[in-house]
Design a protein around this ligand. Structure first.
Ligand code: SF4
Length: 330
């Protein structure tokens, strides 16, 4: 069975951008792949954080993932710091990664430009990311478009290590991206990205009333000033995209027709979307409430995921140490 790895930041409650852009895809993939899904808290500490807040966000993320349908009997769902082999392999990879490769990364340039003092962790972030993936010898990585460059670096690192320590038969696979089918969801304000820091998201666990309060003022095709104005769904950056993600095909076709033909107003369109969104999201919210009421059970599921991940991770580290002569003391 092919193996996949994917990681997500412990950003607290999932929003529908995370859900549609990553997690919903993982839920489908877990049935066809040996799957490792990791809450990457070691990555999260490369920017300023408060320990108590990080702990809370990690737990909320775990609840969101499990409530969304990640099945701990099929996939290992775990927290990165519970599997210390991630940082061990990350250090090893640091020793074979040219500095220039890291300085070229677009995300490094973007993140470091925002900070007065740039910590080495931001530069080395993609090395740890390569370790995350290669620790599980994963051949496939579900990613968004913005992660493709990091994945290319993971292939370079795998190639470098193989050339030096496993020249006859490559040990590490060169992981291939599997782009998520849902493209990036725009923010409710029409901004290119749905992002918690901008405040233009809908939380995955929000109530029907809260979701409606956010959908109601969301931007639509600016050409539709009145109900009688014809519109263009392709110029409606949020609502039409969300219909394509949540509504059945016949409703999406109805949106096309009624928007272009001014057959309904934007409020009618949003009400139809709201109903379809809640059909999918209400069971997730119910499951999340059940999980939040049983924190010890969530801890057990994460611990079990980490145990299963460590079996594979330990095997990889043992091989890497042996090939590099790091096992002399054993
Ligand atoms: S009718 Fe629907 S798709 Fe068309 S502009 Fe309004 S909200 Fe957007």
């Amino acid at each position: 069975m092919p193996r996949i790895f994917s990681g997500i930041q412990p950003s607290g409650e999932l929003h529908i951008g995370n859900y549609l852009g990553a997690v919903k895809n993982w839920v489908a993939l877990q049935h066809e792949h040996e799957s490792f899904f990791c809450i990457v808290n070691y990555h999260a500490i490369t920017i300023p954080f408060a320990p108590e807040d990080l702990r809370r966000r990690t737990r909320e993320m775990a609840v969101g993932l499990l409530a969304s349908g990640l099945d701990s009997t099929k996939a290992a769902v775990f927290v990165q710091s519970d599997v210390p082999e991630h940082t061990e392999l990350g250090w090893i990879f640091n020793t074979i990664t040219p500095l220039g490769e890291l300085e070229r990364q677009v995300q490094f340039k973007e993140k470091s430009a925002k900070q007065e003092q740039v910590m080495a962790g931001i530069l080395n972030y993609p090395v740890l990311q390569a370790a995350d993936i290669l620790l599980y010898l994963a051949d496939t990585v579900p990613v968004g478009e913005d992660q493709v460059q990091h994945l290319e670096l993971s292939r370079v690192i795998a190639r470098n290590w193989n050339a030096r320590f496993s020249p006859d038969a490559p040990y590490f696979p060169e992981p291939q991206p599997r782009l998520t089918p849902t493209r990036r969801i725009a923010g409710l304000d029409g901004q290119a990205k749905m992002s918690k820091s901008i405040g233009n998201t809908i939380g995955l666990l929000e109530t029907p009333e809260q979701v409606w309060d956010k959908l109601r003022p969301a931007v639509t095709d600016p050409a539709r000033q009145r109900k009688t104005d014809a519109g263009d769904p392709d110029k409606c950056p949020v609502i039409y995209q969300l219909h394509k993600a949540f509504s059945p095909p016949d409703t999406v076709a109805e949106v096309e027709t009624k928007c272009r033909g001014a057959g309904w107003g934007c409020m009618d369109c949003k009400k139809a979307l709201h109903a379809n969104m809640m059909d999918e999201l209400t069971p997730i919210r119910t499951r999340a409430e059940e999980l939040m009421a049983k924190p010890a059970h969530v801890d057990e599921l994460l611990a079990d995921g980490a145990r299963r991940a460590r079996v594979v991770a330990r095997g990889t580290i043992d091989t890497v140490r042996a090939r590099m002569g790091l096992d002399a003391a054993q």
